[in-house]
Design a protein around this ligand. Structure first.
Ligand SMILES: [Fe+2]
Ligand SMILES: [Fe+2]
Length: 167
């Protein structure tokens, strides 16, 4: 169990790092202009790929964990429900970002590109904030004491539940 929490915390560091990279990339895209367009688009593509693969699988694993926690630790039930709902919101926002980004890569008209870039930065800024906040609440609210809050047999059950989740 300790090992699993350590892995999750490592993922959180990586997620926060990518959230910062993402914010920087959409800001550069917005302000660096045409000459750097290709470079910034490639950077965003790489970051999006991380969100689509590693990050979504993190959310899926955590969904299993949160549902377990809300069933076994009453004091965490409201928070687990809220974090679960945030996962949904995060997924929806990621889809919106992908949609905006796809549109932007296909757009050739300069004025439309500018509008879309602006929109991507606005939505992306919100997404970055959402991730940072979400990870902080999880770390401070659930993972901090999870190892002490569960009985040994509960830990075993949770670990095996999470192992069964397909990545
Ligand atoms: Fe989460
Ligand atoms: Fe998380």
């Amino acid at each position: 169990m300790k090992k699993d929490i350590a892995v999750i915390k490592k993922h959180h560091k990586e997620i926060l790092r990518y959230a910062n990279l993402f914010y920087d990339a959409i800001t550069d895209l917005r302000f660096e202009g045409r000459a750097a367009f290709g470079k910034n688009i490639r950077a965003i593509k790489r970051i999006m790929n991380f969100f689509r693969v590693k990050f979504l699988s993190h959310l899926n694993k955590e969904d299993v964990l949160l549902s377990f926690v809300s069933r076994h630790i009453p004091k965490f039930e409201p928070m687990s429900r809220m974090l679960f709902a945030e996962h949904k919101e995060i997924r929806v926002n990621l889809e919106v970002l992908e949609f905006l980004f796809e549109g932007l890569t296909r757009e050739r008209a300069q004025n439309k590109r500018a509008q879309m870039t602006e929109k991507l930065r606005d939505r992306g800024t919100y997404f970055t904030y959402l991730l940072q906040n979400h990870v902080r609440v999880e770390e401070e609210g659930i993972y901090k004491t999870l190892n002490e809050d569960l009985h040994p047999e509960e830990k075993k059950a949770l670990v095996s539940d999470m192992k069964r989740t397909k990545l």
